[in-house]
Design a protein around this ligand. Sequence first.
Ligand code: HEM
Length: 213
Amino acid sequence: MWIGLIFLCVVAAAVAVRRMTALANPPRNAPPQLAALDKSFANKPVLTIVHILPGLVFVTLVPFQFSRSFRNRHLRAHRWMGRLAMTLGLIIGISAIPMSRHPIGGALEASATLFYDGFFLFALTKAFLYIRRRNTVLHREWVIRSMSIALGVATTRPVMGVFFATSRLTGFAPQDFFGIAFWIGFTATYMAGELWIRHTRTPIALDSRPELV
Ligand code: HEM
């Protein structure tokens, strides 16, 4: 679980840093497919930054929030970082709506991002409401659910990598495979998170009464 989590956070951070660098200094000799991608984000620089800068901080915080030893040793910091992560999650989730307006992968990509974005914002709200009621068991479950949805964005990258690498054979351009990659990436990571929740669930988690936790 830890290896997967760290891997996805590193991938997401690397993509965000790469996008920021490309916005600041558009690469001159990028291959045509990448150049088209760069141009599409260069056309909406403010929105892209509003989405990816909080995204970068968010994926940096996630491993600390999941570390039991960090939580036990620095409970106050854990709480503050949790509030920050939820605020950043809201910004990421809300900015993902206009980001889905003219996606490279067309309607199929927009359907994946809007569906999982709605689910992400719902999961984040549930996590917030459960911790307000001091139900740490269900709070934990909804936090894992929301994080696994958000980290799906990183899983799409290796999937896209396979499509890019095989594009000469398949003849697929980014507009053909981005939608498929987003559906695969979000669904696979969400399911991994759901399996993790079920695997680590204690019987008490089924009871949402706050006095029991
Ligand atoms: C539920 C969570 C998220 C949703 C629904 C979402 C949605 C989107 C959408 C719709 C786009 C535009 C894609 C296009 O135009 O084809 C995008 C781009 C991007 N997102 Fe997110 N996003 C989410 C979370 C994150 C997180 C946590 C990060 C962390 C760094 C992130 C980083 C990026 C980056 C770097 C781009 C630019 C893509 C590139 O450079 O290739 N996103 N996102």
